[in-house]
Write a new protein. Structure first.
Lengths: 403, 219
């Protein structure tokens, strides 16, 4: 017999009430944890994908669309940019590194990205099997693409035009898988990557080129196009020069990933704030419910408390008993809520995976969850404070005389 | 064993209890008699250390209750006093055995389940250890209340109207029980009652009178 067993006995004696309080608290905590896990991972992934890319140059259009299409590969591109103009920009003194992207095709929903080896290096890609592409039509596939499509080394497939599932297939030139990447958690996981020339070759049928292995030389400069250029600045000053230079002196536009991502998050943030507010209301009502339960219990238990004092209990013992009961409720609700939050996040992650979006998992622990647990226990203890104080002040003789 | 002198207690300026001098030996058995309104329950609470009277001297088991700190009074209550209340007040969320263990725990005594079971067995309750109070008959519940009062081997055992509303046979049983249990732990027994049926069974009587109300000075 100790405070814990007595508290537990009282909680057990009021099963429905206890269950309601635990459920309320667990739901609130689970919602907060779900938001925490999802936004933390989303933020992490988006930051990592945009890391080291200071500027994206593309055809004119919505800058957010540019960022979504060329960094996260979630949207369609705004159009293409001429090869010559892109080359000119990449030689600008404000540019340290320029990675070209040529988009337009997909395989079973996975985008085919024509680029240079720099793109793999930028995301520190590691090979699970095979090697980099060396010739046109050789491709390297991301871990998730490999898992989803079942493509193996040496497998051949036809890309389809457009970025969706059902496009017109490019029948004449099959791609061949020469490399499979390790899972990295970056955007590479869900891409098919190859040389720019491969993408050109797919769209050069009207140019009447027989030997695609030398397509870069066979095509005229005016016929070559990129979709976007990923730029890394050579110095901080470049941020003041380059965007203006691009926007004023060409038919292209420059979009800043940092700015657009922040804008995107502030838009998502409204929804997240609403949900978080809702979760806090849940936690608060759980606190209120615990308070009302303990306060009512105090009335039912005034004789019990007086008896405990008669049996020698100090006032502080009764206070501790009530506080312990609030704490026990909060801890059970909090731990259950955190577990529930992780399960819900994992379920959400599976739903997102099916929709080919950013991957989210419930099987990670975010340090901020300790704060959520602290919040839950804090709510429990605060809810128990007034009942505990009333228990502390139990008037033994007065209570017993009335009974 | 205890000595109460010049004791008065008042509620809202109204005197509800007055005791000039009452002394009892260790192990003695007393009836505290008096009509309703004479302050029997109040005096029982004073003896138990539950209530500090307005004035007077109260010594119980060699302690001056008026001088004890609140914490010392709590300790005294837990270790030296056992009380059987008129309305029993067993804790329904706990099993019968746990009600006894609670008495040990709250008194700061080591928890001794063997002792608790012995007491239950001596009151013919061995098979009710795991039952909850609401599953018991009134007679069984009353025996559990007695068991809880004596489990810490108190020096003073108090009972408030234990035989009211009982038929003659049950009345005798309960009285025997209290006398036996008090004797078993060497406790002084005080039974507050207005039940004339038990007068002949207990040697010492103390009569409480309804205190006459002194006119209050008008400020």
């Amino acid at each position: 017999m100790n405070l814990a067993t007595i508290s537990f006995a009282y909680l057990k004696a009021r099963k429905l009430n206890t269950l309601l309080n635990i459920l309320l608290l667990a739901l609130g905590v689970a919602t907060i944890v779900l938001l925490l896990l999802a936004t933390t991972q989303l933020d992490q992934r988006m930051r990592r994908d945009a890391q080291g890319i200071d500027l994206v140059i593309s055809a004119k259009g919505s800058p957010m669309q540019v960022i979504l299409s060329s960094i996260y590969h979630l949207d369609v591109p705004t159009g293409n940019i001429p090869y010559k103009a892109a080359l000119e920009i990449s030689r600008h003194r404000a540019v340290r590194k320029a990675i070209p992207l040529a988009l337009g095709d997909a395989y079973k929903g996975a985008r085919i990205v024509g680029t240079t080896h720099d793109y793999l290096a930028h995301y520190s890609a590691k090979f699970a099997a095979g090697r980099r592409w060396e010739k046109p039509l050789e491709v390297v596939i991301g871990a998730e693409v490999a898992a989803r499509t079942g493509l193996k080394l040496g497998a051949k497939f036809h890309g389809s035009h457009g970025l969706g599932e059902a496009g017109e297939a490019h029948e004449e030139h099959p791609y061949v898988v020469v490399g499979i990447l390790e899972r990295s958690g970056s955007v590479l996981d869900r891409l098919v990557v190859c040389s720019v020339e491969s993408v050109w070759a797919m769209h050069a049928s009207h140019l009447d080129i027989k030997d695609i292995s030398d397509i870069a030389n066979a095509m005229k400069e005016e016929e070559k196009e990129y979709t976007a250029l990923l730029i890394q600045y050579s110095s901080p000053i470049a941020a003041a020069i380059l965007p203006r230079y691009v926007n004023n002196n060409s038919a292209m536009q420059a979009a800043s990933p940092a700015y657009e991502t922040a804008r995107l998050f502030s838009i998502i943030g409204v929804g997240v704030d609403v949900l978080r507010g809702f979760a806090l209301v849940l936690v608060f009502s759980a606190g209120l419910s615990v308070f009302i339960a303990l306060y009512n219990a105090l009335n039912e238990r005034r004789y019990d408390l007086a008896i405990m004092r008669t049996l020698g209990a100090r006032p502080a013992t009764l206070m501790a008993l009530l506080l312990f009961e609030g704490l026990l409720l909060a801890l059970i609700g909090g731990v259950l809520g955190i577990a529930l939050g992780h399960v819900l996040t994992e379920v959400l992650g599976h739903a997102l995976k099916a929709a080919q979006q950013v991957s989210v998992t419930g099987w990670v622990w975010v340090p901020a969850e300790w704060w959520v647990l602290a919040l839950a226990t804090g709510v429990g203890v605060i809810a128990a404070l007034i009942p505990a104080w009333r228990a502390y002040r139990t008037d033994i003789a007065g209570t017993l005389a009335r009974g | 064993m205890f000595a109460v002198q010049q004791l008065t207690h008042a509620y809202d300026g109204k005197t509800v209890l007055r005791v000039d001098d009452w002394r009892a030996e260790q192990g003695a058995q007393w009836l505290m008699l008096g009509p309703s309104g004479s302050g029997k329950t109040t005096l029982l609470h004073v003896l138990a250390g539950i209530l500090r009277p307005a004035s007077g001297q109260v010594r119980v088991a060699d302690r001056d209750l008026m001088a004890l700190s609140p914490a010392a009074l709590d300790r005294f209550r837990g270790k030296s006093v056992g009380i059987v209340l008129q309305r029993l007040h067993l804790i329904d969320s706990l099993s019968v055995l746990s009600n006894l263990l609670l008495a040990q725990y709250m008194a700061g005594e080591a928890q001794n389940a063997a002792r608790a079971r012995d007491v239950l067995a001596s009151l013919d309750l061995a098979d009710k250890a795991n039952a909850h109070p609401h599953e018991l008959s009134h007679g069984q519940a009353q025996r559990v209340a007695v068991a809880r009062a004596v489990v810490n081997k108190p020096k003073l055992l108090l009972a408030d109207e234990p035989t009211s509303n009982l038929d003659d046979a049950r009345c005798v049983q309960v009285l025997d029980l209290l006398l036996d249990q008090a004797r078993a732990c060497g406790a002084t027994l005080v039974i507050a009652t207005h039940d004339s049926r038990i007068k002949s069974r207990v040697p010492n009587h103390y009569e409480l009178a309804v205190p006459h109300h002194e006119p209050q000075a008008v400020a």
